[in-house]
Design a binder for this molecule. Structure first.
Ligand SMILES: *[C@@H]1O[C@H](CO)[C@@H](O)[C@H](O)[C@H]1NC(C)=O
Length: 195
């Protein structure tokens, strides 16, 4: 309860601090909008250098950066086709390399999963809440590309899950907008709140 109230206050503060850029038909619509510590993505191209994917496996619990343009490399990095896959997406002001995402990662590694961590830290920074909301679209688009890489490499949709923390949960929900075949199951809840 206490955490919830703190988050609510932070959210209001973030909304107050964020600047809504004026998006009226200028050339600025075509390029990423950067202000202070914030970025609002307007280039809809994947992969994007501010959205990164890292693979962890039980044998290689140290991260490998994944380039979705080279799906053939997945096996070389220790990805196993028979295993279940999980995509883990952090929330507002998060990063893949900090709690609670690392706790989730280790729990899935323990359950013998191929773990893909999605990092969109530069696009989700405090207090740029409105930018983060807007950036979710591109993050889901690029994560859908990663998802396609997994299925192209032979991973099964029904063995692939998405887990998100806060805004990350919304991104999990948005991935299927970019896929022809619906994801088999999407796990994403707001209650992954431990600090
Ligand atoms: C945002 O993240 C940074 C870096 O992890 C942290 O120091 C800061 O306290 C966070 N801010 C909020 C409001 O959660």
């Amino acid at each position: 309860m206490c955490l919830k109230r703190i988050e609510f206050v932070l959210l209001i503060f973030a909304l107050y601090m964020d600047i809504v850029p004026d998006a009226e038909g200028s050339i600025m619509d075509m390029v990423d909008f950067r202000y202070w510590r914030c970025v609002m993505k307007r280039e809809w191209e994947c992969p994007d250098h501010e959205i990164n994917f890292f693979l962890f496996t039980p044998e290689h619990p140290h991260q490998h950066w994944i380039d979705p343009r080279h799906p053939d490399l997945l096996q070389d990095l220790g990805w196993k086709i028979g295993r279940k896959n999980v995509l883990i997406i952090h929330g507002f002001n998060g990063t893949h390399s900090k709690s609670p995402m690392t706790t989730l990662r280790d729990a899935f590694l323990h359950q013998d999963y191929n773990v893909f961590m999605v990092d969109w830290a530069p696009l989700s920074r405090f207090p740029c809440y409105l930018s983060a909301l807007s950036n979710m679209k591109l993050v889901s688009q690029c994560t859908a590309q990663l998802y396609s890489v997994i299925t192209e490499a032979g991973g099964l949709a029904k063995k692939t899950t998405c887990v998100g923390h806060s805004l990350g949960a919304h991104i999990c929900g948005m991935i299927s907008n970019h896929l022809t075949e619906k994801q088999y199951k999407i796990v994403g809840k707001f209650f992954w709140f431990f600090v």
